[in-house]
Design a protein around this ligand. Sequence first.
Ligand code: GAP
Length: 512
Amino acid sequence: MTQEELFKSLIAHAKEYGFIFQSSEIYDGLSAVYDYGQLGAELKNNIKRYWWEAMVRLNENIVGIDSAIFMHPKVWEASGHVGAFNDPLIDNKDSKKRYRADVLLEDHIAKIEEKIEKEVEKGSKRFGDSFDEAQFRSTNPNILRNREKADDITRRMNEALNSNDLEAVKQLIIDCEIVCPISGSRNWTDVRQFNLMFSTQMGSVSEDANIIYLRPETAQGIFVNFLNVQKTGRMKIPFGIAQIGKAFRNEIVARQFIFRMREFEQMEMQFFVRPGEEMKWYEHWKEKRLAWHKALGLGESKYRFHNHEKLAHYANAAADIEFEFPFGFKELEGIHSRTDFDLSQHQKFSGRKMQYFDPETNESYVPYVVETSIGLDRTFLAVYSTSYCEERLENGEERVVLKLPAVLAPVKVAVLPLVKKDGLPEKAREIMGDLKFDFNCQYDEKDSIGKRYRRQDAIGTPYCITIDHQTLEDGCVTIRERDTMAQERVPVEKVRGIVDERVSLRKIFEKI
Ligand code: GAP
């Protein structure tokens, strides 16, 4: 199965089992907006809990808030989003399709990179065991030519975007001979800037109405509350404020399922530090955040850092943690050293001091900020797509299993009476009545036990326990593990301990 086919299957699976639905589906859907179903909401909540507790509970100097989505319009002028939160857009005059100019160029660069990798693959096949990849990459003329080409386009693109030179962006598209994927033509409009913020009006009478924006990031709700939290929480620098919440962006290229949405959720933490110490904390948080990801056990090689060359208007250093999605390595989380940009801007625009008096140095200053910003939906997609497996079993049967990290699984235990009679359902209900105080459980008595196991595999339930006639006599149940399908007979009192060992956050927290 190709990666594309696999991706299609897992999207269909997400719908079939109640993880993710297209928004407003009965009206043919709304592009790049999705609803989380009954199991998706559970999985999402578990990811949130893992993030929130790793931030707020494990770090004494980090507290969490929940600020409003609507904010004073001046916030977005101060933050630079009104003036600079733009994507460069270009239209193809023949297909009438609109593209992000930087994405067209990045896709073009990716194609050149692909050629390089194919050349390396060919070399490796030709030379077999004696293949020296580093030497091959540094001497093969085709690779060297393509490397130079890709680097030159990347350099020109970054220069043009950083200086907001839209004519140079268009010229680069022309020089690269990029064609519209739909019409195949090079009949392009000029490149224009397009603001990504959604706006609406506040006020009951339209004449009085004030334009307000749906927040494009949660971070600003933290900045404007910096002093409120610092004072009321008696926080001492360095300290952090964490928040989980919705953000909205009018994305032009919204694609790849829940990877790029117009309404999504972020989990952000702003860490306030002394000016001059930001690079130390930037490195600290890069390392910490990578450890958080890796502790989930999706595979160490699935992650890599990408250091930014083109910096956002507020940053003096930035890196992405990229994840290997079914469509390649893409950004999952950003770690940004935001300097004192945001607090200074709010100080300027609001006329209120956004300073901290440092009792250790006897100085007042505007703190610097290191931010960690992760997309909740992207984390969902990373976890979900990596866990999705189609397996052929030894007996020739097939099963679809979601090998979710047990700690994130929506249902932790399925309680299954072997048959629907002889007092087994009553016993099963009794056991579930106790387990449900600790875990999210699902009771199922319909169909054969094999079919019920498959249903639980398909939603990623780490454990099934089966209650049979013997249970009524000896108080033991069969506990079946999802990934190995191994079954063991254990006293019912032991079930809680076995499940807890695997699903509690403690084990994972010990690793980070
Ligand atoms: N406060 C900084 C900030 O918002 P960002 O790199 O624009 O930085 C942070 O966004 C994270 O939010 C990204 O790494 C990504 O995981 C997520 N994100 C951004 N735009 C998104 C979108 N349209 N759909 C889903 N997730 C998105």
